[in-house]
Design a protein around this ligand. Sequence first.
Ligand SMILES: CC(C)(COP(=O)(O)OP(=O)(O)OC[C@H]1O[C@@H](n2cnc3c(N)ncnc32)[C@H](O)[C@@H]1OP(=O)(O)O)[C@@H](O)C(=O)NCCC(=O)NCCS
Length: 179
Amino acid sequence: MDIGGGTLHAYRGTVPTLGRDVFIAPGAQVIGDVSIGDRSSIWFNCVVRGDVNRIRIGTGSNIQDGSVVHVTHDRWETVIGDHVLIGHMAMIHGCTIEDHAFVGLGAVVMDGCVIESDGMLAAGALLPPGKRIGRGELWVGRPARLARRLGDDEIAKQRMGAPYYAELAGEYLRAARTR
Ligand SMILES: CC(C)(COP(=O)(O)OP(=O)(O)OC[C@H]1O[C@@H](n2cnc3c(N)ncnc32)[C@H](O)[C@@H]1OP(=O)(O)O)[C@@H](O)C(=O)NCCC(=O)NCCS
């Protein structure tokens, strides 16, 4: 099945597992114990490396161009929920990002962090080890601090990002499959 041009690699005999209509863009590398749910997308030149621990990505989530997702040996796996948006060039390391959360472009999420549902980490922010962004909170800066709670309208807008990306990924996949 055509996944869109990206590359899956085995690590110690474990191959990434993909749901239906997962788009892995050209230049993206997905390695080892990684599972990715239906309609999720990994964009150009991302690295998703599940070698020394596992990575779980739910359905309808997207990891945008140039981002890196990794884990910490024995200690921290990375779990990304459903309908999560991870902006371009983000660094996601050994952490949990719950459903509908948003990680801004160029942001860093370190070991043991949790971003709860509908939480948002601003573009360029750095979330230090073990921090927790509460449901619907916006954290900004390096190191990131709680800026404020998002309004219902902002959460609604934030939730539109993942379906938009799932649609876009579907278009790329269809093009790849008809080539
Ligand atoms: C944080 C964010 C949500 C804006 O929040 P906001 O409350 O609407 O902020 P405003 O634009 O009103 O700006 C308020 C202040 O915060 C600053 N600010 C805005 N975004 C910032 C960020 N990412 N980091 C640090 N400071 C930021 C502004 O410069 C402004 O400062 P000032 O008052 O000194 O002029 C937005 O900038 C952001 O990071 N969006 C994510 C976009 C993204 O990564 N998309 C992914 C690709 S699809």
